[in-house]
Write a protein that binds this ligand. Structure first.
Ligand SMILES: *[C@@H]1O[C@H](CO)[C@@H](O)[C@H](O)[C@H]1NC(C)=O
Ligand SMILES: *[C@@H]1O[C@H](CO)[C@@H](O)[C@H](O)[C@H]1NC(C)=O
Ligand SMILES: *[C@@H]1O[C@H](CO)[C@@H](O)[C@H](O)[C@H]1NC(C)=O
Length: 251
């Protein structure tokens, strides 16, 4: 039991190690691919400025600002080569939410809601069919609670979260790095509507459960282990005594 758990942890470590190696590899590849330094172009991209200029995104702008996701997005655009895609619900979309819905969300949920509208890569309108479902958003990749499925055909792009179906209503902004598409509804993740497992978050809860199990098993198996060791020692000791006796008998 103990050994199996140790092996599991080892395997996990091994996975983590290969994952980080892979990430390092990807990183170095992208860095070297990007060697010709990005052209010292104009001012860095500012998502809020772009949305203000487009107009009709007051609520989204407020949420991006209060959650500080806008700052994060601007930083990501500066520091990453993958670009970003934002699905931008306009003010009408927010108005058609259930009254009081936004206010019912805590800060962490507001953050999740906004991150759920952001893809960590630049996707041009003709490339949505290259994504595989569920598409990973910046809210996380829980395939059940945070699924975002995108189907497209030509310029028609449909999105579903399991709670909300909507379509891309048009492109608001696109450069080589950032794509913003207007969507007709706020993308609500299933996470807000399916009952939560007992607190805290699912992953730590699991880890706790198994470590709790280990600690209850632990002393018991340690005891039986040391008992076995004691027994072995006793046997060896008696054998040694017996052997010594035999030797001392033979002159
Ligand atoms: C998108 O949804 C509409 C209506 O829900 C449907 O008629 C259309 O076939 C869908 N298109 C794609 C590409 O899934
Ligand atoms: C999203 O797509 C995956 C893979 O096709 C599917 O298993 C899942 O049920 C879909 N979820 C929703 C909400 O459509
Ligand atoms: C979304 O679309 C799917 C399939 O097109 C449909 O089964 C589902 O009921 C729709 N959900 C909502 C919330 O409209």
């Amino acid at each position: 039991m103990v050994i199996m758990m140790m092996m599991k942890t080892k395997m996990k470590k091994h996975h983590l190690l290969s994952l980080s190696l892979l990430m390092l590899l990807c990183y170095t590849t992208t860095v070297s691919a990007q060697t010709p330094a990005p052209s010292p172009s104009s001012a860095p991209t500012d998502i809020i400025r772009i949305l203000k200029k487009a107009g009709g995104f007051t609520t989204l702008i407020r949420l991006l600002t209060t959650t500080q996701v806008s700052t994060q997005i601007n930083a990501q655009l500066l520091n990453s080569n993958n670009g970003l895609t934002l699905f931008a619900p306009n003010d009408n979309s927010f108005q058609s939410l259930k009254p009081g819905f936004l206010n019912s969300l805590n800060d962490q949920q507001k953050n999740e809601l906004i991150q759920f509208h952001v893809l960590p890569t630049f996707v041009s309108i003709s490339n949505f069919d290259t994504l595989s479902n569920p598409v990973r958003t910046q809210a996380g990749d829980d395939p059940d609670r945070l699924a975002l499925n995108i189907t497209s055909s030509g310029n028609q792009v449909n999105l579903t979260t399991g709670v909300v179906n909507t379509t891309v209503g048009g492109s608001v902004y696109s450069d080589h790095q950032l794509a913003i598409y207007q969507v007709d509804k706020v993308l609500l993740p299933r996470d807000f509507f399916v009952p939560k497992p007992p607190p805290p978050a699912p992953a730590p809860a699991k880890a706790k459960a198994s470590s709790a199990k280990t600690s209850t098993d632990g002393p018991a198996s340690a005891d039986s282990h040391s008992a076995a060791t004691n027994l072995k020692l006793k046997i060896w000791f008696s054998l040694a005594v017996a052997a010594a006796a035999v030797f001392s008998l033979s002159p």
